[in-house]
Design a binder for this molecule. Structure first.
Ligand code: GDP
Ligand code: IMO
Ligand code: MG
Length: 421
C-alpha cells in the first residue's frame, strides 16, 4: 500500500513525526516537491533530527529514501545533511536521488534574498532559492541532476545565468556574484559525491509498487501554501497538494493510495499572508510558547491561531483526503476554552468556502464556535479512552466539521506519543 502524508494547513503540521511513525517497517519514503525550505523534525528518545531534503524515514535502518524529480535540490545542503546523518547511521545503498530533479544554484538563493529585501510586497520566503529555481524549471533553462554528469554544464549555467547576472548586479546591486566557472567547478565536484545515489527514481518507484513494496510519500509545506490552491501569492512555488505527488514522483496511477491529511489541533503560519484565525495577542503567544512554534528552517517565530475548519474542509476536497492525523493536541492542555472557526463572514455575508483572492481573505472575519478546554494533561497519552472527555468532544467536533475520520492523534513530539482510534 502507498500512503501519502500531507500537511493540510500552512505547513509545520508535524508531518515528519507522522512520516517517521508510519515508516517503521516500510520499504521507501519519498519526497516529491519543494526543497530545503522544508524543516521536518523527528524526535526519538530525546534526540532531535531536523530534515530539509532527506526524507524523514531515514532513521529506520531498513527503509530506503527517495528524493523525487519534483524537488529543487540544494546539493551542498543535501551533502551536509546526509554527512551529519552518516556519522551515526548507515546511509549507503538506501538513498536515491532523481536525475530529473532540478538543482538550486547559488544565484537562485541570491535572487530569493534580494527580492525579499527590496520588495514592498514580501512573501516572507525561507530564502532557500526555491521560487527562482522553479522559475528556471518553468523557463526551461534549469539545471537537472543528470546534467551534472554531462559535458556542456558550463554553457547551460551561462545560458540560465545570463539575464539574472544583470538583474543581480545592476538592479539589486549585489556584488561578488559567483562566476559561472566557480559554479560549474563546484557542481562537478558535488556531483561526484552524490553519484552513487543518482538514478531514474520514477522507475525505481514503479517497480517497487509493482513488487508490492510499501511506500510512504512525504509532503512538504502544506495545502494552503500550494501554488494553485494556497493563499496566492503568499504560497510556495510547488504543488503541495496530492496532485504534486504524481508529477513529482512519477510513480503513476495508484488505485490503493491512502491519503492522510495532517492537521495541528490549532494552526500556525510562517511568513506573510492572510491568516483569518490568527491570534496576535496573549493567546497566540501562549500557543507559541507551549507548542515551541519557531521555524525549523529559519528559526522565525510562527504566527499562531485557532483551528480553521473552513480551510480544513477545503483541504479535504482539494486533496481527496481519506482520513486525518491530528497533531499537537497536548499544546491545548492548559486552555480554558478553545475556539474553532466554522465559517467565514465576508463583507457581511456568511460563507463556508475560502475566497480565491488575497484581498477577500484579508477581509474575512472568522465565525467561531467556542468549546470548553479539558485543563488536564494529554501529553504522552496513547489510548483514546484515557483522553479527557472534553478533549474527545473537541476531536469529535473537528471530525464532524471536516467530514473525515480523525484516525490518529499525536499527543507529544516523541515517536510513540500517538493515539490510534
Ligand atoms: P513538519 O514541517 O510538518 O514536519 O513540522 P515541524 O517539524 O516543522 O514542526 C512540528 C513540531 O512539532 C516539531 O518540533 C515536532 O517535534 C513537534 N511535534 C509534532 N507532533 C507533536 C505533538 O503531538 N505534540 C507536541 N508537543 N509536539 C509535536
Ligand atoms: P514544512 O515542510 C512552513 C513558507 C514560507 C513563505 C512561503 C514561501 O516544514 O512544513 P519559499 O521559501 O517556499 O519560497 O517560501 O512558504 N514555507 C513554509 N512554511 N513550513 C514549511 O515547510 C515551509 N516552506 C515554505 O515561510 O511564507
Ligand atoms: Mg516544518
Amino acid at each position: 500500500m502507498v500512503k501519502l502524508v500531507l500537511g493540510i494547513q500552512w505547513g509545520d503540521e508535524g508531518k515528519a513525526k507522522v512520516v517517521d511513525y508510519f515508516a517503521s517497517g516500510v520499504d521507501y519514503v519519498v519526497r516529491f516537491q519543494g526543497g530545503a525550505n522544508a524543516g521536518h523534525t523527528v524526535i526519538v528518545d530525546g534526540k532531535k533530527f531536523v530534515f530539509h531534503l532527506v526524507p524523514s524515514g531515514i532513521l529506520h535502518p531498513k527503509t530506503s529514501v527517495v528524493i523525487g524529480n519534483g524537488l529543487v535540490i540544494d546539493i551542498e545542503a543535501f551533502i551536509s545533511e546526509l554527512g551529519e546523518l552518516a556519522a551515526g547511521l548507515p546511509v549507503d545503498g538506501r538513498v536515491f536521488v532523481s536525475n530529473r530533479a532540478h538543482v538550486v544554484l547559488p544565484y537562485h538563493k541570491l535572487m530569493d534574498g534580494a527580492k525579499e529585501e527590496s520588495s514592498s510586497k514580501k512573501i516572507g520566503t525561507t530564502r532557500r532559492g526555491i521560487g527562482p529555481a522553479y522559475i528556471d524549471k518553468a523557463d526551461r533553462v534549469g539545471i537537472r541532476v543528470g546534467d551534472l554528469y554531462q559535458p556542456g554544464l558550463k554553457e547551460k549555467i551561462e545560458h540560465a545565468f545570463e539575464v539574472k547576472r544583470h538583474l543581480l548586479d545592476d538592479y539589486y546591486c549585489i556584488k561578488d556574484l559567483p562566476s559561472v566557472d566557480e559554479m560549474t567547478d563546484t557542481l562537478y565536484k558535488q556531483a561526484e559525491t552524490i553519484r552513487d545515489y543518482v538514478t531514474d527514481t520514477e522507475l525505481l518507484l514503479q517497480n517497487a509498487y509493482r513488487d508490492g513494496k510499501s511506500i510512504v510519500m512525504e509532503g512538504g509545506q502544506g495545502s494552503l501554501l500550494d501554488a494553485d490552491f494556497g493563499t496566492y501569492p503568499f504560497v510556495t512555488s510547488s504543488n503541495t497538494t496530492a496532485s504534486g505527488m504524481f508529477a513529482g514522483s512519477g510513480i503513476g496511477y495508484i488505485p490503493d493510495l491512502r491519503i492522510i491529511g495532517i492537521a495541528k489541533a490549532y494552526i500556525t503560519r510562517v511568513g506573510e499572508g492572510p491568516f483569518p484565525t490568527e491570534e496576535t495577542g496573549a493567546v497566540g503567544e501562549d500557543i507559541r510558547r507551549l507548542g515551541k512554534e519557531y521555524g525549523a528552517t529559519t528559526g522565525r517565530p510562527r504566527r499562531c491561531g485557532w483551528f480553521d475548519a473552513v480551510i480544513g474542509r477545503y483541504s479535504v476536497g482539494i486533496n481527496g483526503l481519506h482520513e486525518i492525523f491530528l497533531t499537537k493536541l497536548d499544546v491545548l492542555d492548559e486552555q480554558d476554552t478553545i475556539k474553532v472557526c466554522t465559517a467565514y463572514e465576508l463583507d457581511g455575508k456568511l460563507t463556508d468556502y475560502p475566497p480565491s483572492t488575497t484581498e477577500e481573505m484579508y477581509r474575512i472575519k472568522p465565525v467561531y464556535t467556542e468549546v470548553p478546554g479539558w485543563k488536564s494533561k494529554t501529553f504522552g497519552l496513547k489510548k483514546y479512552s484515557d483522553l479527557p472527555a472534553n478533549a474527545r468532544s473537541y476531536i469529535e467536533f473537528l471530525e464532524m466539521q471536516l467530514g473525515r475520520r480523525i484516525s490518529y492523534i499525536s499527543t507529544g513530539f516523541e515517536r510513540e506519543d500517538v493515539v490510534i482510534r
